[in-house]
Ligand binder design. Sequence first.
Ligand code: MRU
Length: 320
Amino acid sequence: MSFDALCWRSGRLHILDQRRLPAEEVWIEASTWQDVAVAISDMALRGAPLIGIAAAYGMALAQQSGDGLGIASKGLGATRPTAVNLFAALERVSQANDMLAEARAIEEDERSNNDAIAAAGASLITDRTSVVTICNTGSLATAGVGTALGIIRRAFQLGKIERIFACETRPRLQGLRLTAWELQQDGIPFQVIPDGAVAPLLAGGEVGFAIAGADRIAANGDTANKIGTLNLATIGDAFQVPLVIAAPTTTIDTRSSTGADITIEERAAEEITTIDGVRVAPEGCPVWNPAFDITPSDLISAIVTENGVHRPPYAFEDQV
Ligand code: MRU
């Protein structure tokens, strides 16, 4: 029920190119930290924990080639601003003598974090029900079973899942392309919905929980995650569908007191104005394309980390 989205072999980082999925499985061979930086910023790999793991391996490549480590760390840190796992991993690996060993340790830690998150999160689901999720939070987004998708996998094994509703997740379609691919491989019953169908879905009463991942969680529990998560939260609040956030503690940023301190990445207009490279919007069409939104903590019924289930009011400290 899990697979690897990257692997270190023969002194190189091999990265499954998620932009090509599900049509084809193409692996990129990264031999420099710059290759890794490009893979992260162009979203060949994505998902907060996986971005952190890849950046750590990027530092290992820099060390192996004798490149300036400060420059490499700065370059890797400039790729995507919201996922705090990136900065946590860079900080951790920079304190190590053997960066490759540290990158491997970070990967293993995320793998076991996910097992703990899956077990704790699945225990929240008491009666068999359907769950809605957004983006991709599975093996393609981290190491191991995933965060929100790890909970879904575990709950399914325990017979608690009726059906998963996966938001297609415009504009990069992580739900349609990646989550659907992972759910299909595991034989978990699911339907993809257009993002705009969240309201009628939750109004229908079939869904017991919304479960999502996170890119950065502030000390007060405010959570940055894929654009559309705030829709799940507010619509869920209107129809009594609780939102559960699943993330390792590496996603908690105690330097951000509230969501207002979190930088939200804005991506290129072409992600909206084109489909498969073909322009569908009028020439010069103005676009606002935030990649993430911030859900206020009072709309989050639980935050599940490897340390267990946290309930509001949230007050995360350095050792959570
Ligand atoms: O832009 P992406 O695909 O990197 O965004 C990913 C998400 O928003 C995920 O929900 C989050 O990183 C958690 S992945 C376990």
